[in-house]
Design a binder for this molecule. Structure first.
Ligand SMILES: CC(C)(COP(=O)(O)OP(=O)(O)OC[C@H]1O[C@@H](n2cnc3c(N)ncnc32)[C@H](O)[C@@H]1OP(=O)(O)O)[C@@H](O)C(=O)NCCC(=O)NCCS
Length: 192
């Protein structure tokens, strides 16, 4: 089975486990109590320049957790996290912005990123969402079925390399329905 097939067809993400001898991580929904550890993880994975990125401007002022955010834990320690922010594009909802995705440096390249992406996409599909957008590296996200968005179709609130705007269709043909400015929907409630 390819990575793309695994994500699209297998909501049980434990089946797409890490490929090392560390053993599986537990993937679960993010809670408010995870936020300090996620902040530290982002510091280690990205460094101080991260706040200048345009994707951060979209998320600014939004609740830090949605029901689609996920973390990975091993032996009770958080080792990876992905944030998913509910957005609309040109007034059309039913979409998410994926990111940041970060894995603790000592655990990279062991399948934990893949496992988190699979889990958050499965949750989004289950809730009937249509599209997941991100700004990132197509050589990585392309493995999971993310494809480039046609140039100028989605307008960001700052500079973005157009080749890094990628989308994953949860519903066939969804990309074509999302045109215009991207903005976060700010009504999402964090988990307690
Ligand atoms: C980028 C990152 C999230 C990937 O997570 P990960 O757990 O290391 O990746 P996985 O082990 O799930 O990798 C899955 C596949 O992608 C490949 N891969 C990993 N990192 C990659 C990268 N930066 N570019 C291209 N391919 C990559 C792996 O080799 C693997 O390939 P395979 O399926 O052919 O074996 C992680 O390395 C990380 O946190 N890096 C620092 C922060 C960062 O750059 N985040 C970017 C997203 S905002």
């Amino acid at each position: 089975m390819t990575a793309k097939q695994a994500i699209q067809g297998t909501p049980d993400t434990t089946a797409i486990g890490p490929k090392d001898n560390f053993g599986p991580a537990e993937v679960r929904q993010t809670k408010a109590a995870d936020l300090p550890a996620i902040l530290q993880l982002h510091r280690r994975a990205f460094g101080p320049g991260r706040f200048a990125l345009t994707a951060y401007r979209i998320r600014e002022g939004t609740p830090p957790i949605s029901q689609f955010c996920r973390v990975s834990e091993r032996d009770g320690t958080l080792i990876a996290a992905v944030r998913m922010t509910e957005i609309e594009v040109g007034g059309t909802g039913g979409a998410l912005l994926l990111g940041p995705l970060a894995v603790e440096p000592q655990y990279v390249n062991k399948g934990y990123g893949r496992q988190l992406i699979a889990s958050s996409l499965a949750a989004a599909r289950e809730k009937g969402l249509q599209l997941v957008i991100l700004v990132g590296n197509s050589s990585y996200y392309g493995k999971f079925g993310f494809v480039p968005v046609p140039r100028d179709q989605i307008v960001f609130p700052g500079p973005v390399d157009p080749g890094r705007i990628l989308a994953f269709e949860l519903a066939p043909g969804a990309i074509a329905r999302f045109h215009g400015p991207i903005r976060a929907i700010r009504t999402d409630q964090p988990d307690k």
